[in-house]
Design a protein. Structure first.
Length: 601
């Protein structure tokens, strides 16, 4: 058993809450630009004073509608300015925010509203309103549904502000003053890759500890007034919410967009200094750039530039690059890397990645082009990151060291155990699950990993995802799947083989790469993946990707057979979580015949 802890560098007062910084900023730096709000195609500054006034107005409306301290309020919306505004207002009214992904199915929304006993629900638009109308009617505790966008009248923000016009500002101050750091701040329902989602209860203290852990780390020099970040991940996810809170507390300027297809254009307009994302987005950036280069006949140049970027980054950990590598790196910086940095807005200094393993090669590639990705690790139960690589403390391929005050322990069976101020204390109304998760003061994550002598943690897989073949070989699928997804033609891969004679895989094709691949290989433009499942060129490319992935493992762990699926996995069809993790149980059920076909004699 190995353990590593980092001493605390801050204390959290008993009367502190996550909403305090809204009013502190307004009092101490009223003209500080805390948000840039996208209205139509124009970015408009929102100062600390303006934001505090809006938060107070919405909080008064919540109070007028009967929200009491401790009441749960649902928030179902894509990432946009109103999300943090309403979130802070719920806290200012003494309430508890219950985030719901805007892509959630009706049954998921029904369960969350029923289990949390939410008294109020704010949705984004008519589509969401129509989708939850019946569900809302079946939720006994729910009294009202509001819409942020409402064609029939004022939106939720305006409606709440008007409703609370007669509520005194002192009532809001009394509610915020009464908050304690140990009070619940949010119920976040786990994405449910297996089983029914559980409500993870996080306190104000958990959120403050996460925020201060981030801002007192090596990121503190970048999280400053005047710095910008564009948030595009779902704010219903703990990662985006926690990093947003840390950036806000530090006085950085935040923008929001849910327009992922136009993300590059938004980067160009907003010009973020740092971004937050999940590995799949970084994989898509790399694969799209590579695909475009090959389509323009510049594939060899791009591939060489990518190799040099990786070699240059690896050399930084072993004394620095030699003269030839420095020259090559400088040449490709002008030809290739500068264009990739421009796609991120031109002044992005770093990125933070979480939610799933990034992969060492991708980490080295981005550091090599001048945008270092700092990978971290955490779960909903740890208020997002509990460990993270930071400027000055980075080891690519690991998820870094614990944030201040937290500890990591590796159990004898390899399971990662966690403790510290960011770790939750209980699941909502679920004593059995709470007792199973937290034992002897340590949160049992279900993840497998290792810990080196310097405190850097490496994730190797999930206990529940370990595949045991019929021959008794234990196989962790994550490494193989990460390597396969790095191929520009492959969108998703899931490794199978539990209680089977060998390891297999289901492969899906990237829709964005498909047109370019067909053109380069002389295939009909109208051909679908289903049309070309037996195509020799397609099989040859996937064979090469499989062979490349198999170099990571022993012969007994390697993929022997695979099946290309005619369609991709998606969140809409239930195979992916909102952060693009595989829902293995759903995929195994949906594609049981395809899996059995792999093992058919």
């Amino acid at each position: 058993m190995r353990e590593f802890s980092v001493p605390p560098t801050f204390t959290i007062p008993e009367n502190a809450s996550a909403v305090d910084s809204v009013f502190t900023h307004a009092a101490e730096r009223p003209d500080l630009v805390v948000y840039r709000r996208l209205t139509g195609s124009t970015w408009t500054d929102v100062t600390a004073a303006e934001f505090a006034t809006q938060v107070t107005g919405v909080a008064k409306g919540l109070i007028a509608l009967g929200v009491q301290p401790g009441d749960r309020v649902g928030l179902m919306s894509a990432t946009r300015y109103e999300w943090p505004l309403i979130d802070f207002a719920i806290w200012a009214a003494g309430g508890v925010t219950v985030p719901i992904y805007e892509t959630s199915a009706a049954d998921q929304v029904r369960w969350i509203l029923e289990d949390s006993a939410a008294v109020l629900l704010v949705v984004e638009n008519d589509t969401h309103g129509e989708a939850v109308a019946q569900v809302a009617a079946e939720s006994p505790a729910l009294r009202k549904v509001l819409q942020i966008e409402s064609g029939a009248g004022p939106g939720a923000v305006a409606e709440l502000t008007v409703a609370g016009a007669d509520v005194a500002d002192d009532e809001v101050r009394a509610r915020t003053t009464a908050l304690r750091s140990a009070d619940p701040a949010t119920l976040i329902y786990t994405s449910g890759t297996t089983g029914r989602p559980k409500g993870c209860q996080l306190t104000h203290s958990n959120l403050i500890a996460e925020s201060r852990g981030i801002t007192t780390s090596g990121f503190g020099s970048l999280l400053q007034p005047g710095r910008r970040s564009l948030m595009f991940l779902p704010l219903a996810h703990v990662l985006a919410r926690a990093v947003s809170l840390g950036a806000f507390d530090a006085g950085a300027t935040l923008g929001h967009t849910a327009d992922i297809p136009n993300l590059v254009a938004n980067f160009g307009e907003f010009k973020p200094d740092f971004i937050l994302s999940v590995p799949r987005v970084f994989e898509k950036v790399y694969n799209t750039a590579r695909q475009k280069a090959h389509g323009e006949g510049k594939g060899k140049i791009f591939d060489k530039a990518a190799d040099v970027a990786v070699q240059w980054s690896e050399a930084q950990d072993t004394g620095g690059a030699g003269l030839l590598l420095k020259v090559q790196h400088a040449v490709f910086d002008k030809l290739v890397y500068s264009k990739l940095r421009a796609a991120l807005g031109g002044q992005c200094q770093l990125a933070i990645s979480g939610g799933a393993p990034l992969g060492a090669r991708l980490g080295h590639f981005f550091r090599g082009i001048g945008v270092t990705i700092y990978e971290g690790y955490g779960l909903t139960e740890t208020t997002a990151a509990i460990a993270v690589n930071t400027p000055g403390n980075q080891k690519i391929g690991t998820v870094g060291k614990p944030l201040a005050g937290n500890a990591v322990r590796i159990a004898d069976d390899g399971e990662i155990l966690l403790s510290g101020p960011v770790v939750f204390s209980e699941y909502w109304r679920n004593e059995a699950a709470s007792a199973e998760a937290i034992r002897d003061g340590w949160f049992h994550t279900g993840d497998l990993g290792s810990l080196d002598s310097e405190g850097y943690t490496t994730i190797t897989g999930r206990k529940k995802e370990i595949i045991v073949t019929a021959g008794g070989k234990n196989v962790a699928p994550a490494g193989l799947e990460d390597k396969l997804r790095a191929h520009p033609l492959i969108s998703q891969a899931i490794v199978v083989g539990d209680q089977k004679p060998f390891i297999g895989a289901l492969i899906t094709v990237d829709a964005e790469a498909w047109a370019g691949w067909k053109e380069r290989n002389g295939k009909p433009a109208a051909a679908t993946v289903a049309d070309l499942l037996a195509d020799a060129d397609l099989i040859a490319d996937v064979d090469a990707a499989i062979a490349d992935a198999n170099t990571l493992v022993s012969h007994a762990e390697s993929i022997k057979k695979y099946k290309i699926l005619p369609v991709d996995f998606s969140e809409d069809t239930g195979e992916l979580t909102p952060t693009l993790k595989l829902k293995r149980n759903v995929i195994h059920a949906s594609y049981a015949e395809a899996i059995e076909a792999i093992y058919a004699k």
